[in-house]
Design a protein around this ligand. Sequence first.
Ligand SMILES: O=P(O)(O)OC[C@H]1O[C@H](OP(=O)(O)OP(=O)(O)O)[C@H](O)[C@@H]1O
Ligand SMILES: O=c1cc[nH]c(=O)[nH]1
Ligand SMILES: [Mg+2]
Length: 213
Amino acid sequence: MRTHVVDHPLVHHKLTVLRDERTDSPTFRSLADELVTLLAYEATRDVRVEPVEVTTPVAPVTGVGLATPKPLVVPILRAGLGMLDGMMRLLPTAEVGFLGMVRNEETLEASTYAERLPDDLSGRQCYVLDPMLATGGTLAAAIRFLTDRGADDITCICLLAAPEGCANLEAGVAGLDVPITVVTAALDERLNEKGYIVPGLGDAGDRLYGIAG
Ligand SMILES: O=P(O)(O)OC[C@H]1O[C@H](OP(=O)(O)OP(=O)(O)O)[C@H](O)[C@@H]1O
Ligand SMILES: O=c1cc[nH]c(=O)[nH]1
Ligand SMILES: [Mg+2]
C-alpha cells in the first residue's frame, strides 16, 4: 500500500479551516468540496488514458482521453458523499457506485447498510471517497467489496488519516494482489480512546450534515 500525503499550502490552509470547531456546516461543505478537488488532482496522476486524435483549427494532433472502462468513483455514505462533487469536477465521465457503511461507536466495527456497485469491476480503476481513515476498518471493508468484484487498482482519497488506521489497513490488504494507494491531506498524530482522529476535525458526517439520530 502506498500512502501519499499531499503537501501544498492551499491544502494546509483549507484543512486548517475545516478543523476549526467554529466552522459552520455550509462553510465546511464548501471547503471539503474544494479540498477534494485538490486531492483528486494528485490522486488521478495515474488515471488510465488512451490516445485520441483531434484536429485543431491549425493541424491534426494526437492527445489523450480517459481509457475504457471508465474509472469508478465510490463515495462511502454518509460523509463520503460530501466529497463526490469535488471529485466529479475532475472526472465528469466517471461512473459512480455507492457504499453505505457505518462504524459502531462502541466496538468500532464497520458494517454495510447499502450497496450499489456494478457486478463486474474487472479492469476498473476505482476511487474510494471517505474523509476519515481512523481505525481503517471502514476502508478495509470497502476495498474487499471492490476486489471481490474484480477491481484491479484502488485509490482511496481521505481528508485525514491516523497512523494506526494506515497500519491496520496495510495489514488488512496485505494479501490482495491489487495496488492500493491512500491519498490524504494530512497524517495526524493518533487515535484517541474513542477511535477519533487527534487532532482531527471531529465527526466528518455530523459536521457536513448535522448530528445523526
Ligand atoms: O476508519 P474507521 O474507524 O472505520 O472510521 C472511519 C469512518 O467513520 C466515519 O463514518 P461514520 O461511521 O461516522 O458514518 P457517517 O459517515 O454516516 O457519519 C467516517 O466517515 C468513516 O467512514
Ligand atoms: O475522527 C473521526 C473518526 C471517525 N469518524 C469521524 O468522522 N471522525
Ligand atoms: Mg459519522
